[in-house]
Every structure is written in C-alpha cells, then in structure tokens.
Design a protein around this ligand. Structure first.
Ligand code: NAG
Ligand code: NAG
Ligand code: NAG
Length: 301
C-alpha cells in the first residue's frame, strides 16, 4: 500500500531531529534482511554454466539473494561485436532493475566487464549500486595468449592490429578492446568501441555517458598477476602499457587525469576499490571462494 521509499532519498531530505532519526532507523531495520539483487554477466567463450559456483557462494553468505546470470551471447556467440551484444544485455539488465527499486549489483567477468561498463554509460536511469569487475580488460588487451590465439587469426600480437583495426576485425568482440600501444593512432581512429567507452576519443555523448556511469555508488576492480589471459593484468585495474610496454597505473592514465568517463570523480569520491589476488588463473576467478571472500562478499549488501 505504501509507495516505495528510497532510503537514501530519506536520508538526504529528512529534517534533522529525533523523529527523522527514528524514521531512518526503522527504514534501515526494514531493509536489513533484504540483499540487493545481483546480476552476473559472463565473459568471452563462456556462459551461465560457469557461474554456478559463484551463485552458490552468494547464496551461502546471503541466503535468499536474487541472483540472475544473464544467458545471452554464450560461448561462440560471445565473439560477436560488443555494441550488438550491449543492446541485448541492456534490455535484460533493465528488466531486472525495473523490479528492483532498491537497486542492484552488477558483477561482470572478463569481457563482460566491458559490456557492463558500456551498459552503465548508455543507461540514463540505471540503478546499479555497486559495479564489480572481475578480471576485465578495462583498459584493453595486448597479448597473444594461447587462449586468444585460437580465435585471432594473426598469431603475433605485433600484427593483430592489421586484422583488428578495420571494418572486418571490428566485427569480432576481442578486436573491440584490442589496444595496441604501438599503433595508438589507428586504435583511436578505427577501434569503434574502447576509445569511446574510455573517452579517449571525444564524442558528442561523452558528457551524458559520464553522468550515467557516475550513477553507480561503488566500483570494485578485481584482478591479479597470475591471470595469464588479461594482458597486461593491470588492465583489470585500468592500468595499461605505454609505447615502451611499461605499465602505467590507473591514476597516471590520460583518461583518468582528464576524467573522460568519470573514473577520477569516482575515485575522488572514495568509491573505487582495487582488489589484487595472486595465484588465480583467468578461468578460476569466479569459482574461487577465497577471491569471493576477500574481494566480493562485503560489497553485496
Ligand atoms: C583504418 O580505417 C581506414 C578507413 O576505413 C582504413 O583505410 C585503414 O586501412 C584502417 N587501418 C587499418 C590498420 O586497418
Ligand atoms: C584462489 O585464490 C587465492 C587467492 O585469493 C589463491 O591463492 C589460490 O591459488 C586460488 N586458487 C585457485 C584454484 O585458483
Ligand atoms: C563448483 O561447483 C561444483 C558443483 O557443485 C563442484 O563440484 C566444484 O568443486 C566447485 N568448484 C569450486 C572451485 O568450488
């Protein structure tokens, strides 16, 4: 019968005084036993199957949590161009958000992290509370790992750009975040995805995308040195190679310094958390309970 109440709205607007405090306490008590729904977005060449354990971990620590693992573009389909995938993922995520006025958490693995970021930036009314990125190539990928070699025709990382940075290559998801530090000009010019999402290439919706992205309350970035797929692994924390292939950390990246998509603002707000875990291979991140306990659990409230 009562209209839905957004506790944060109450916290901001309530007049100070004993009755307001009591109201806030009552609201807090009412919310304490309900955890926000969690939406999981899978990575490249996998699908919902791979996230059973993670879903079980969440149920174990927060019984009753609504966990939705989105089943779209699974396995080979995940190689399709990211902008195409993002449209469908956005619809699926919006449907869940509509039924969750208290907000949702978005937990995205690997390539899924880039899909989620693009969804956040292009959704003006999203209510994602915490965005958790689990070993995602957020600043791009530049490494010819065995895993990627099976799907990228050019077998040397030095030459992949010739395939990736043209119309045909951009139809393959990996190429949408292929970031060759030795061919930055072509990356900026011909890559139709990452330079836009990271605001490295100015576009007219940049300000809107930044505002949309900044609706999140927290961002948690998880990655580690033994990943063996994300290259450099620091890309999971927005670090990336300079043109000598030395890794420049997040806070010294141009997109951070110029705050092109809101990262600096979010960090200044104190809402960026980095979690580094050694000893985890790429395909193990979501099934490792230690990772879950150390980096994820505390944010799912
Ligand atoms: C980049 O795009 C332009 C225009 O479509 C094309 O002429 C050029 O060959 C592309 N560069 C690479 C490295 O494919
Ligand atoms: C699980 O994660 C911990 C670090 O959080 C790591 O030390 C361990 O090697 C990992 N195990 C597997 C099987 O990935
Ligand atoms: C994942 O779940 C399956 C089935 O419950 C189990 O057999 C497997 O050991 C779990 N893996 C990890 C790493 O916890």
């Amino acid at each position: 019968m009562d209209p839905p109440v957004d506790p944060e709205w109450v916290e901001m607007r309530a007049p100070r005084g004993p009755s307001a405090v009591l109201l806030m306490l009552l609201l807090a008590a009412g919310c304490a036993d309900a955890f926000r729904p969690v939406i999981i977005v899978h990575g490249i060449l996998d699908g919902p199957e791979q996230f059973r354990n993670l879903s079980a971990f969440i149920q174990k620590v927060h019984p009753g949590t609504q966990v939705s693992i989105i089943s779209l573009y699974n396995c080979m389909e995940s190689l399709k161009p990211l902008w195409e995938q993002i449209q469908e993922f956005r619809k699926a995520i919006e449907d869940i958000m509509k039924d969750s006025p208290e907000g949702v958490h978005l937990l995205c693995f690997s390539q899924g992290g880039l899909i989620c970021r693009a969804v956040l930036s292009t959704s003006p009314n999203h209510n994602v509370h915490t965005f958790i990125s689990l070993s995602s190539p957020l600043a791009g990928q530049y490494g010819d790992t065995d895993y990627l070699n099976r799907y990228l025709p050019g077998c040397m990382k030095k030459t992949v750009f010739l395939f990736c940075y043209n119309n045909l290559g951009q139809k393959l998801s990996i190429c949408n975040y292929w970031n060759d530090p030795h061919h930055r000009d072509v990356y900026l010019k011909n890559n139709t995805f990452l330079p836009l999402v990271n605001g490295e290439k100015p576009h007219k919706l940049m300000k809107d995308w930044r505002e949309n992205f900044l609706r999140i309350k927290k961002m948690v970035l998880i990655g580690g040195p033994d990943d063996d797929v994300i290259t450099p692994w620091q890309s999971s924390h927005f670090g990336f190679y300079d043109n000598s292939e030395d890794v420049v950390d997040m806070r010294n990246q141009q997109f951070y310094k110029l705050d092109t998509f809101g990262l600096k603002t979010l960090d200044a707000r104190g809402d960026v958390t980095l979690c580094v875990q050694a000893g985890v291979k790429h395909t193990h991140w979501h099934s490792n309970f230690t990772v879950f306990t150390n980096c994820i659990e505390e944010w799912l409230v």
